[in-house]
Design a binder for this molecule. Structure first.
Ligand code: 3UK
Length: 543
């Protein structure tokens, strides 16, 4: 551990003990990090120093277009506001709160430069959830979009330890814009240690108390050297776009860190529903997209008709899908509509970003892919030993990044014998490909059979009447559990008992009949998180 730049030692003091941390591996030449580094130097200042400050960096609807120099100047001024005006010292935690927009990125880099710890929050969070985050991370400062002020204000009323809140997006004298205009556009980036924490990413999981994962300056650069370099292979002229919030590390990487690492540009959208995203891809001639499987599914028909992909004369050429399992039916639908093979990848907040994936030429239907260079992955049996090829077990991974929960007993559940255990059931085939089965806690056991819900969802999605679906196990006296499917129909089809029977027969004909959904319920929509994940637990609650 090198000398920390943190004067506020809170994160240092709460890193899990070495014995409870996963094993870290830094085998790739690009992962040999010096003891001191600040990720803002490598991702932002480096480009200006190399004479590329005039390159386009971030755009947003409404004609906003910032070069790398523009972003650097904003970040420097905000860093000055944080330090001189708001009294930030290195190591303090700074809550960030906004929809995806250029100012949020400027604030994020300002925190990095000042040696603070960024805690980005999902825009939809309410005062109660913000309060849990403020308390857990002992947050002292906040930079917040005035549009999202109300919930933060009521959280702060309960948590006076958050002493300094500055808002942006209004013209008031105390607002961020007025304050930064009074500051110089230069700032000496704090010389942090490679293993100083620079961000806390919160993950709620499916239930219960939120967990904060800790990531170092070096972790931010490590993820830029793995998936993007070896799988995505984008170029400096690519235009990145997508839907995940920057508070979700999928979005932070895909829409900020990865494009900036290679000097490319990114388009940030405050609203990124499938129709919004599709329009923006056309308008900005975007070439690399990051979104969830359901979003690709929803965009497919229009994406084909509007010819948005490079194979059809449009701009889009690389499409990353993550956050949830990618059904083979969705992969096929997108390929048929656009000519583009999706890049599926599994990532996790604990791992910071994607660690198993396959590029367009190595993708296999139904498989997530192979371990990304820099990472090792395997399937563990019930005793915690590597399981033989072809058997279902718990997915385990290690690499340059890994799980460090801030002050949380669940550390011992996620890290087993040095492996990060993600909570997913997987199997690995003879060629090394990893196939998602289910969350380990979502496996359905019916009359003694182990049934993975995604396999049934996969079949249902290939039926022409089905727009979306979700499968869970529901209690049953006779069989322990039975398989139940929630189905959202395409507009062209109406719910009926006849259609329910047809769907049941369709499943029986496609996979082992004991897996067919004995119950089917038609719904208008499925419950999802802001990150696009299906909330199965909400389907289990009686309506
Ligand atoms: C599930 C997937 C199958 C899986 C994330 C990319 O999703 C991200 O992080 P979270 O902490 O959730 C992690 C869990 O989500 N999952 C994600 N991707 C896939 N399951 N196939 C996939 N492709 O259960 C995993 O354990 O919210 C994704 C990058 C950064 C991220 N934080």
């Amino acid at each position: 551990m090198s000398h920390s730049a943190h004067l506020d030692t809170f994160t240092r003091d709460h890193v899990p003990p070495a014995a409870l941390q996963p094993e870290f591996i830094f085998e790739l030449p690009a992962l040999q990090f010096p003891p001191r580094l600040n990720c803002a130097t490598a991702l932002l200042d480096r480009h200006i120093a190399a004479g590329h400050g005039g390159r386009l960096c971030i755009r947003a609807p409404g004609g906003i277009a910032w070069t790398y120099s523009d972003l650097q100047q904003h970040a420097n001024r905000i860093a000055n506001v944080l330090v001189s005006d708001m009294g930030l010292v290195p190591g303090n935690r700074v809550l960030l709160r906004a929809a995806n927009k250029p100012m949020l990125v400027a604030c994020w880099f300002a925190v990095m430069k000042a040696g603070g710890v960024a805690v980005a929050t999902m825009p939809l969070l309410r005062a109660r959830e913000l309060g849990q985050i403020i308390a857990k991370a002992r947050i002292s400062h906040a930079l917040c979009d005035v549009a999202l002020r109300a919930e933060l204000d009521s959280a702060v009323a309960q948590h006076p330890e958050l002493r300094q809140c500055v808002y942006f997006g209004d013209d008031s004298a105390g607002g961020l814009e007025a304050r930064l205009a009074a500051q110089p556009a230069t700032f000496d980036t704090v010389d942090t240690a490679a293993d100083d924490t620079c961000l806390l990413a919160f993950t709620s999981g499916t239930t219960g108390q939120p967990k904060a994962t800790m990531h170092f300056h070096r972790d931010v650069l490590a993820i830029c050297e793995c998936f993007p370099v070896h799988v995505l292979k984008a170029s400096p002229d690519d235009v990145f776009i997508g839907s995940p919030p920057l508070a979700f590390t999928f979005g932070l990487g895909g829409l900020t860190l990865f494009p900036m690492h290679i000097g490319a540009s990114s388009v940030l959208l405050e609203k990124a529903s499938p129709p919004d995203l599709l329009e923006a891809i056309v308008e900005f001639r975007a070439s690399v997209s990051f979104t969830a499987p359901t979003s690709y599914r929803a965009m497919a028909a229009a994406a084909g008709a509007r010819r948005i992909s490079a194979p059809h004369g449009g701009s889009l050429r690389k499409c990353v899908s993550a956050g949830e399992a990618l059904p083979a039916a969705t992969r096929a639908l997108w390929r048929d509509a656009t000519g583009i093979e999706l890049i599926d990848g599994i990532g996790a907040t604990e791992m910071l970003h994607i660690f198993i994936s396959a590029d367009e030429t190595h993708a296999r239907p139904g498989a997530t892919g192979l371990a990304v260079p820099g990472y090792r992955a395997c399937v563990l049996d019930e005793q915690g030993h590597p399981a033989p090829t072809g058997t279902i077990g718990r997915l385990a991974v290690k690499g340059p990044t890994g799980c460090r929960y801030l002050d949380d007993v669940r550390q011992e559940k996620y890290v087993v014998n040095g492996w990060n255990v993600t909570g997913d059931a997987y199997l690995q085939d003879r060629d090394g490909y990893f196939f998602y089965q289910s969350r380990t806690d979502d496996m359905i056991i019916s009359s003694g059979y182990n049934i993975a819900a995604p396999e049934i969802e996969e079949v249902l999605l290939s039926h022409p009447a089905v727009a979306e679906c979700a499968v869970i196990g529901v209690p049953d006296e006779e069989r322990g559990q039975i398989v139940k499917a929630f189905v959202v129909l395409r507009a062209s089809h109406a719910a009926s008992d006849v259609l329910a029977c047809e769907l049941q027969d369709f499943v029986k004909a496609a996979i082992a009949p004991y897996k067919y959904p004995r119950a089917i319920e038609f719904r208008e929509a499925l419950p999802r998180t802001e990150t696009g994940k299906l909330q199965r637990f909400r389907l289990r609650q009686p309506a």
